[in-house]
Design a protein around this ligand. Structure first.
Ligand code: PMP
Length: 362
């Protein structure tokens, strides 16, 4: 019998959704829609698509292991140095790299009770412990998290906005929390949905790096940039932390197509702005329609809604039978909620029709 490493023994794997074609076959439906993974339903802009296609011509070459062009573009955009950036195969890869670089077996990390599942997998996978701090109204309770700090807590994960709840915290709250964290504890601030946020008080985590060299800001090209399938994410941190992560990073973790597409996507500000505006409008319309159906909708600043539906497992199955795939949140300890990605208007309409049918039949 081959035993897994101690941290791996108790892990429950992250449950990705089934491929849409597989579900259609199982259910005997066609034209199913997926509003389950918080992807950008419009995908990348034309410039990123063209750059990706052009980069395919170089497929026999290894990618640039240092990510030179992408780091330069990011550094320029974020007004940081290239030495502060660590690239990853999606931000999941970056999150895992952070845990492997800075945590030892037996040490402890903290996150919110409804935090993104990848944090706990990364932490527990290396044999460290994850403490989950109860939320307040489904949002991070930063006061409670600050109280939970102790010398054994080596790392804290914050998501702003949070997935799956869509909640967020403001500048003052972040500043207060960072001030409470000992300098030897790493704060991982996951801003996967940052570009969607329109609230004026939303803090850009990179603005806190100069004063907090223990902060690691994590971002992705999977969401507003529409490149989830290419897998590009990055961390922005103090150069000393980036240098440590770089020692463990797989040198070719971001492929040639992904690097080229990400550089082009970053330059296409108009696409990002359009996506932000379209999402904000469609999210408001969808939230209002869901509330009209009598459902509770948590206030969300992301590209998804966390919806209180009662028996979420039952509604999830019923929607699935109608070819509408959403995300059940049982793995997040939420059995009354579903997470629904804001889709294209016709997809949102289809979801609402399915919901109306199900509710009428109930
Ligand atoms: N962080 C958060 C909060 C997320 O919701 C996601 C994707 N669901 C990720 C990180 C990981 O995204 P990716 O690996 O595609 O960059």
């Amino acid at each position: 019998v081959i035993l897994a490493a101690p941290g791996v023994r108790g892990l429950v794997p992250y449950q990705p959704g089934k491929p849409i074609e597989e579900l259609e076959r199982e259910l005997g439906v066609t034209g199913a829609i997926k509003l389950a993974s918080n992807e950008n339903p419009y995908g990348p802009g034309a410039k990123a698509k063209a750059a990706a296609a052009a980069a395919l011509a170089q497929m026999e070459r290894y990618p640039d292991g240092g990510g030179f062009a992408l780091k330069r573009a990011l550094a320029h955009r974020l007004a940081v140095s290239e030495r502060q950036i660590t690239l990853g195969n999606g931000s999941n890869d970056v999150l895992e790299l952070i845990a492997r670089t800075f945590l030892c077996p037996g040490e402890t990390a903290l996150c919110d009770e409804h935090a993104f599942a990848a944090y706990a997998i990364s932490v527990r996978g290396i044999g460290a412990h994850m403490i989950q701090v109860p939320s307040r109204a489904y949002a991070h309770d930063l006061d409670a998290m600050a109280h939970a700090l102790s010398p054994s807590v080596r790392m804290v994960f914050l998501a702003n906005p949070n997935n799956p709840t869509g909640t967020w915290f403001g500048r003052e709250e972040l500043a207060g929390f960072l001030a409470a964290v000992p300098a030897s504890t790493i704060v991982v601030l996951d801003e996967a949905y940052l570009e969607y946020v329109t609230e004026p008080d939303y803090p850009d985590g990179c603005g806190f790096l100069a004063r907090h060299p223990n902060l690691v800001v994590v971002r992705t090209f999977s969401k507003i940039h529409g490149l989830a399938g290419l897998r590009v994410g990055y961390a922005v941190s103090d150069p000393a932390l980036a240098e440590l992560m770089n020692r463990l990073r797989q040198p070719f973790n971001v492929n040639i197509v992904a690097q080229a597409a990400a550089v082009a996507a970053l330059a296409d500000k108009a696409h990002v702005e359009r996506m932000r505006a379209v999402n904000a409008a469609d999210r408001a319309t969808l939230a209002a329609a869901l509330r009209d159906h009598g459902l509770g909708v948590l206030p969300s600043v992301g590209n998804f809604l966390c919806v209180e539906v009662g028996d979420a497992a039952r509604l999830y199955e019923a929607l699935l039978r109608q070819g509408v795939i959403v995300r059940p949140l049982k793995p997040y300890g939420m059995t009354a909620h579903l997470r629904i990605t804001v889709g294209r208007p016709e997809e949102n309409a289809r979801l609402l029709r399915a919901l109306a049918d199900i509710m009428r039949a109930a």
